[in-house]
Every structure is written in C-alpha cells, then in structure tokens.
Design a protein around this ligand. Structure first.
Ligand SMILES: NC(=O)C1=CN([C@@H]2O[C@H](COP(=O)(O)OP(=O)(O)OC[C@H]3O[C@@H](n4cnc5c(N)ncnc54)[C@H](OP(=O)(O)O)[C@@H]3O)[C@@H](O)[C@H]2O)C=CC1
Ligand SMILES: O=C(O)[C@@H]1CCC=N1
Length: 273
C-alpha cells in the first residue's frame, strides 16, 4: 500500500508538485513520508511553503537512500547527470517511477540498476487540478504490486490507464501528454473567432473554456460516441452544419492525426537520446 511507503520526488517542478499536492490532499501519504528535491534555493523554499512537513533538499543521493519509491520528474536533459548521482545510493528493490518523455524502462534500468523495478508514466498538466490523464507501463522487473503503487500515485491527481505494450507510451505522450497544449490552442483560437464576430474578449474566452469543459464532461458522463453528441448539436439546415463543413474543408481530422504523429515521433527521438 502506498501509505506504508516512503516517497522521494527527484526534481519536484510542475508535475512533481502536482503529485505531492494530490497525495497530501487525498491522505494517501503523510508529509513526513515524502522528500522532494530541487537544485535552486527558490524552488526549495517554494516546496517548504507549499508542503509543510515534506522534506525539501538539494541532496539527491541522500534523498533516495531511505526511499521505497523514487519518482523521477526532472526534464530529460537533466536526467543523465541525476541518474549518475543517485545510482550508487538506490537500495535494491526500490521502485523507480519516471515521467520522462520518451525514456524507456530499459534505458532507466540501464542507467539506475538492471534489477530495479521500474514503471514508466506519462501524466499531463491537468493533474495540477486533479483532472490528469496518466498512462503507465511496467518495466521487466515491475510486479503487479509495483504497478498498483504507481496507479495509486497518479490516481491522486486524475485518471490512470495501464498500457501493456510499452512502445505505445510514445503515442500516449503525443496524445494526452502534450494534448493539453492543443486544447489550450483551441481555446485561444475559439476566443479569437468570437472576438472577430464582435464578442468582448473576456466573454468569448469564458464561453470557449466552458464549452470545452462542458463538451468533455458530457462525453464522459453519457459515454456516448462523440459523433452522436455532435449530431445532437447539428440541426438540419442550421448553424452547426455550416461550421462542420468548414472544419472538414480545413482538414481538422487529418491535422490532428499529423499533430499527434509529430509529437509521437519526437517522443521516440527523445528515447533514442
Ligand atoms: N509538463 C508537462 O506537460 C509534462 C511533462 N512530463 C515530463 O515530466 C518531467 C517534468 O516536467 P515538468 O514538471 O514540466 O518540468 P519542470 O521543469 O517544471 O520540473 C523539473 C524540475 O526538476 C528540477 N531539477 C532539474 N535538475 C535537477 C537535479 N539534478 N536535482 C534536483 N532537481 C532538479 C528543476 O528545478 P531546479 O532548477 O530548481 O533544480 C525543475 O523545477 C519531464 O521529464 C517531462 O518530460 C510528462 C508529462 C507532461
Ligand atoms: O513537451 C514535452 O516534451 C513534455 C512531455 C509531454 C508534455 N510535455
């Protein structure tokens, strides 16, 4: 069980902080069982202020020594140095969970210890408001119990799915890992479109955001196919079909297919180093 573990978060930036916040709010772990690392003094101060009782330190080696679960949330460019620093200090059997885009469980095991249980995870930033979408994939030495622990960690900030074929984690990264950026661009674009039609910007933005939120919630809560929900909006000879015709003319579907393919390919490249 997660509540029995001691967790160290290496590089507690956006994703790491979101997870610590979610775990504390949900009561999954007490603050005295969590250690979080940063290099900058400002970053450490922020951690201490936000999470009283959590140990905040720049000593990565010391932080992993007594941890039963180590969560790696640094950027890929900081990982090689960090791995060399902590490798000698990881106790056998320590579960390593990594959110590094593209980096495979095999690479993680090569860098940190070939026998360590490793789980690869791809969350997204809506985890900051407990609406994250995370996929996880187990490495060679990760047992069902390790996967369950990783599921518990990310469930604290949203929805979790397990992907058994690890190579699909690159597609997950291209779809839901980077996906919030696409949706924010859609919100920006819809807002500008409303402004072009004369709406005050604040009104256009509020309506755009609520439309995205409401449509997602309707799809989730009804379980209906999105095409059925779209048909419900689309009155014959009405306004929506005129808009749908424009979206089709501009290749919305193929644009998203190419978009996710580009991000998926980049995730693969990051994994190749
Ligand atoms: N952002 C996103 O949407 C998503 C990101 N990811 C992945 O999650 C990881 C984290 O992303 P994100 O949270 O956005 O990144 P951030 O840059 O916000 O957080 C990483 C933190 O790591 C700290 N850090 C870097 N090197 C070290 C070190 N040697 N020791 C201790 N701390 C260190 C940095 O702080 P300081 O400089 O103070 O040390 C930084 O704040 C990335 O690998 C990314 O691929 C996954 C899914 C979504
Ligand atoms: O852009 C990136 O590389 C990271 C991974 C997924 C979202 N952000």
């Amino acid at each position: 069980m997660l509540s029995d573990q001691t967790l160290t978060v290496l590089g507690a930036g956006n994703i790491g902080r979101a997870l610590i916040g979610g775990l504390l709010r949900g009561g999954d772990l007490t603050a005295d069982r969590i250690t979080a690392t940063r290099r900058s003094e400002a970053g450490l101060d922020e951690l201490r202020q936000r999470f009283p009782g959590v140990t905040a330190t720049d000593d990565n080696a010391g932080a992993v020594r007594d941890a039963s679960v180590v969560l790696v949330t640094v950027k890929p460019q900081n990982a090689v140095e960090l791995f060399a620093e902590v490798r000698p200090h990881l106790a056998p059997g320590t579960l390593v969970v990594s959110t590094l885009a593209g980096v495979t469980t095999q690479s993680l095991a090569n860098a940190l210890g070939p026998d360590l249980p490793v789980v690869r995870a791809m969350p997204n930033t809506p985890a900051l408001v407990d609406e994250g979408a995370t996929a996880i994939a187990p490495g060679a030495h990760a047992t069902e119990a390790h996967v369950a622990l990783a599921q518990e960690i990310f469930s604290a900030v949203g929805h979790v799915v397990e992907v058994v074929a690890e190579h699909l984690m690159d597609a997950v990264t291209g779809l839901s890992g980077s996906g919030p950026a696409y949706v924010f661009m859609v919100i920006e674009a819809m807002t500008d479109a409303g402004v072009k039609q004369g709406l005050p910007r604040a009104v256009a933005r509020r309506l755009s955001m609520q439309t995205v939120l409401g449509a997602a919630r309707l799809a989730i809560e009804t379980g209906e196919h999105p095409a059925v929900l779209r048909d419900q909006v689309t009155t014959p000879g009405g306004t929506t079909i005129s808009a749908v015709a424009e979206l089709e003319k501009h290749g919305l579907r193929s644009m998203f297919i190419d978009t996710v393919a580009a991000a998926t390919e980049r995730s693969r490249q990051l994994g190749e180093g």
